[in-house]
Design a protein. Sequence first.
Length: 397
Amino acid sequence: MLSGKRILLIIGGGIAAYKSLDLIRRLRERGAAVTPVMTRAAAEFVTPLSVSALAGEKVYTDLFDLTDEAEMGHIQLSRVADLVLVAPATADLMAKMAQGLAGDLATTLLLATDTPVMIAPAMNVRMWEHPATQRNLAVLRGDGVSVVGPNAGDMACGEYGPGRMAEPLEIVDAVVGALADGPLTGKRIVVTSGPTHEPIDPVRYIANRSSGAQGTAIAAALRVLGAEVVFVTGPAEVSPPEGVEVVRVNTAREMRAAVLAALPAEAAVFAAAVADWKVIAASDSKIKKVAGALPVLEFEENPDILAEVAQMTEGRPTLVVGFAAETNDVIDNATAKRARKGCDWIVANDVSPETGIMGGSENAVTLISGSGAEAWPRMGKHAVARQLAARIAETLV
Ligand code: C5P
């Protein structure tokens, strides 16, 4: 997948540096060569010996190492790779990158490079959320740097929130997406994801518990296989993946318009949990609380985007995939839904509370197609996404 590609991996000085050792292994497993560079602080967390042993290459640490300069100048070193990957990217490194400082080897390489740069930030949640870091992040994105993670979760410092470095496999996926050609190269795929918010008035809305995790993972997996992905997302908890065209919407109607505008496409995957109903004549001003008088909301049906696209007579995507979240008679209901909507596949799952699937990290799905129902074992949402993307690739060739 990454054979013939070289990654210049800059390891910053944070506790997440231990994950960079695994990252090196994973990159090499996929055929990439890794040239490691460590900041001085990184060497306080992992040893250069471990890094070079795993990379199978010399570690570069110091700008003024004359042997290195004789072997390979820092300008040359900055140009050897297909991608410069900074993992972990600490708050300090991000700030230096945003400023264009070049006080050590890592930052000099980052300033001198003419290859794409990707960062995997990792830091304490307060540091991540600090306006200074967010400002630096915006500057870096503006400079064309791609960003993977950070994830939310428990932190080594005992706090909770966004700031954990993305897992090595997520970083590898982003690298593959950025570098590799795959079976879906040149194919355009629309993916919907997340919930929709249907307004009641300017401050209130009707929503559902979809996190957007499965749709996001599917978009990322399709991107990894080379697809040009248009990602139409409602207000989801999970951030959109790197390398896709993101279209943010709130309501089902906006989602429909965005999907139709994104066509034509070879495939469309409808993973969004679209609200079935909208409030008729949502109020333009905040509905006042009046003692003893409850507001009465009247609903009308939202457009069924999946059914509309699946039943297009002209310009229908070759493959239209819907989802069916059910709590009972999963296969029967999903099979009926496939026929009713006119889509090619339905990915059905049981979202009964006891399964822990809604909002969780795992999923157990059944793929329903013209040739019947195929139950997949329970696995992570990323694994479901990879398997589904591989199927889509087989079908579209
Ligand atoms: O809500 P329902 O069970 O009908 O959802 C099944 C599939 O239809 C999902 O793939 C969902 O994304 C899609 N859908 C849609 N527009 C709607 C409702 C559902 O595209 N208004």
